[in-house]
Design a protein around this ligand. Structure first.
Ligand SMILES: NC(=O)c1ccc[n+]([C@@H]2O[C@H](COP(=O)([O-])OP(=O)(O)OC[C@H]3O[C@@H](n4cnc5c(N)ncnc54)[C@H](O)[C@@H]3O)[C@@H](O)[C@H]2O)c1
Length: 487
């Protein structure tokens, strides 16, 4: 890198424009950065005027981030090579479909010692069956290191300056401080980790889960079902990283790029919104994308397709029933009403008591035969064979639409509050040392909050903690949000 670090933002959509507000201010104020930030803008005509001209005169991206002023040192450039040729840091923030072509255009036209950071959430199909991470494509084509930035960062809220967190997955830790300084602000807090691939995979996969969350909203199934979809989605994300990117850290899922991004996208993002409309209107995803997104791109359905391509090639579709069902619904191979049937006997609903759980940190584990899958769902009867008094207790609860994952964890007590009823009742005694996760009820902590955190500290294995913590936490968030909305 040269003395003053010069920055280019490749992309000017909703997120590209929001991040330009922060990066522009940092480059104008921090001495290590060149003040002028170039921003590649795909040229479009708006009311007879070029978008680049509008941005450079009014300092507003009227199409993708209306109502927000960009710093004046952010300069819109319609030519990709012109925008990038002098940059030491290239921030890639365009829908992932455009990246292969962008790389072809930029090959040999950028500084050889430039570094990249991708804010793009999505994959590309790899030749021969598989997926390519966008950061890997950038590195391979442009021969420069590429870090990633992902987090619970809905662009409009970041542009408003609301507090949030983000995660940078740094390829080479020597760039960590510079990248953090470039993006961090009072209300945009950056955590840098070295688990770059896992950070990026989280950012892409959560859009699939958000599509599923939108289907649940469209079907009107309520917050508990949505929490179950979020939790199962998280577990499939963990499993996916475990299978395809071994060596990644479970702790990465607890950064902003993991749980937090998943929750925000399942409640606030465009994937959720369009998926809900898909159910309610009967229109196709493509029609809704055109009608509802004003030129913005959906990431969930194409990512589901790319993941399915990979799972199918490896014969792993049945290990990822939620991802598979969402892809099939988006491509009209499955009715949206069948979504829940596809996840009713999810691999995550296996027995996970200490005796039967053979899993090692995050592997999901095999059933030790205690939980028997039923071929027919007609009767709401327990699906597991009781082996002890405690198992009998659990089996009373495990029904057609009410899936129970038995766990062992210490020092955790919680109560269940059936939806619509005021009465609380305790279902577990801490001294029994057994904890049951009931996915169908609103859940509240026995002794104050946060329950998820107490569950995490109480469980002895990370995978159990994740299983318990997220399901409870997500349900709790839904509970809080329902209460807030009701006010
Ligand atoms: N919007 C968010 O809240 C948000 C937050 C975090 C991450 N992301 C991720 O950031 C990436 C970019 O999303 P966004 O919201 O900024 O984009 P967007 O969907 O708002 O905008 C589309 C962008 O694509 C460009 N474009 C359209 N047609 C083009 C073409 N033919 N060739 C080249 N460029 C073209 C447009 O100029 C625009 O910059 C995505 O991967 C997204 O998942 C988005």
């Amino acid at each position: 890198m040269s003395d003053k670090i010069s920055v280019c933002i490749v992309g000017s959509g909703n997120w590209g424009s929001a991040i330009a507000k922060i990066v522009g201010v940092n480059c104008a104020t921090l001495p290590q950065f060149e003040k002028c930030v170039t921003m590649y803008v795909y040229e479009e005509m708006i009311d007879g005027k070029k978008l680049t001209e509008i941005i450079n005169t009014t300092h507003e991206n009227v199409k993708y981030l209306p109502g927000h002023k960009l710093p004046e040192n952010v300069v819109a450039v319609p030519d990709l090579i012109d925008a990038c040729k002098n940059a030491d840091i290239l921030i890639f923030v365009v829908p992932h479909q455009f990246i292969p072509n962008f790389c072809k255009t930029l090959l040999g036209k950028i500084k050889p010692n430039a570094v990249a950071i991708s804010l793009i959430k999505g994959f590309d199909k790899a030749e021969g069956g598989g997926i390519d991470l966008i950061s890997h494509i950038i590195t391979r084509h442009l021969k420069i290191p590429c870090s990633v930035l992902m987090g619970a960062n809905l662009a409009n809220e970041v542009a408003q300056g609301n507090f949030c967190e983000t995660t940078i997955g740094c390829q080479d830790i020597k760039y960590a401080k510079t990248l953090r300084d470039l993006f961090q602000s009072q209300n945009f807090r950056v955590v840098v980790v070295d688990d770059s691939d896992a950070v990026e995979v989280c950012g892409a996969l959560k859009n699939i889960v958000a599509t599923g969350a939108g289907f649940v909203d469209g079907l009107g199934l309520g917050d508990n079902t949505k929490a179950a979809v979020i939790r199962l989605g998280l577990m499939e994300m963990v499993r996916f990283v475990d299978v395809f990117y071994p060596g990644s850290k479970l702790s990465t899922f607890f950064e902003s790029c993991g749980v937090a991004d998943l929750i925000t996208t399942c409640y606030g993002g465009r994937n959720r919104r369009v998926a809900e409309a898909f159910v309610k209107t009967g229109k196709t995803i493509a029609e809704l994308e055109t009608e509802m997104l004003n030129g913005q791109k959906l990431q969930g359905p194409p990512t589901a397709e790319e993941v399915n391509y990979m799972l199918k090639n490896k014969g792993l579709e049945d290990k990822f029933p939620l991802f598979t069902a969402i892809h099939k619904i988006c491509t009209n191979q499955l009715k949206v009403q069948d979504l829940i049937d596809c996840i009713r006997n999810h691999p995550e609903h296996m027995m996970k008591t200490q005796k039967s759980d053979k899993s090692k940190g995050g592997k999901g584990g095999k059933s030790a035969g205690a939980c028997v899958k039923k071929p027919s769902y007609k009767a709401p009867t327990p699906c597991c064979q009781p082996k002890s008094g405690d198992d009998t207790q659990k089996c009373k609860f495990h029904t057609f639409n009410y899936r129970v994952t038995p766990l062992k964890a210490k020092n955790v007590t919680f109560r269940l509050v059936p939806k619509g009823e005021k009465k609380e009742f305790a279902i577990m005694n801490a001294s029994s040392n057994n904890m049951y996760l009931f996915n169908g009820f609103r859940t509240r902590c026995g002794k104050g909050l946060p329950l998820g955190m107490r569950a995490l500290s109480g469980a002895s294995k990370p995978v159990r903690a994740l299983n318990t913590g997220l399901g409870v936490l997500a349900t709790f968030c839904a509970y809080k949000s329902a209460k807030t909305n009701a006010k």
